[in-house]
Design a protein around this ligand. Sequence first.
Ligand code: IMP
Length: 193
Amino acid sequence: MAISSAQSSAEINSEFNNPNIARTLFSEEQIRERIKILGAEIAADYAGLNPLLIGVLKGACFFLSDLLRAIDTRVSIEFMAISSYGSSTRTSGEVRIVKDLDVAIEGRHILVVEDIVDTGLTLSYLLANLASRGAASVKLAALLDKHERRQREVKIDYLGFQIPDEFVVGYGLDFAERYRNLPFIAVLKNPEA
Ligand code: IMP
């Protein structure tokens, strides 16, 4: 089929306007505004405590970097990577640490930064694991909460948004490593397509 000369290849290859995106759930601005509020709360709660923010790779990368810049108090960061077995849209519950911390956390105030809590299997494992290392406190900041699907209770101390039971992508969240680069959070029409 001939391509209309009015359509540039950049438009045709646009991921942000991908036809498999059903709708935008949260715009860049909504995300920015919510994170500003969370950052101010965290800065007030942790003032003088030098908390260690632990970003869970890869999904939390944008949330961590934006949240960090909204926290106006002394703070450090670390990263962990977790692998959980299952299909591309569902966690199986078998969790493994594939990248551990580079530092000891005994006596530290830990704030885990995660993209989304779905079944809660990954986070309940990770939070218990960190608590067992002698941290002074272990809390959780999650951008999204799909509460309907929870199998393990997980306390989210700082939450961005509640979402319905739909598969979302963008702002770090992927489907099969795709769509992380969307600057907004969107629902896919057919995640398994
Ligand atoms: P949980 O152990 O079921 O809570 O799964 C948490 C992980 O599953 C998240 O860190 C995501 O990597 C992934 N996940 C769950 N729901 C979604 C979604 O809607 N979009 C993208 N990834 C998701």
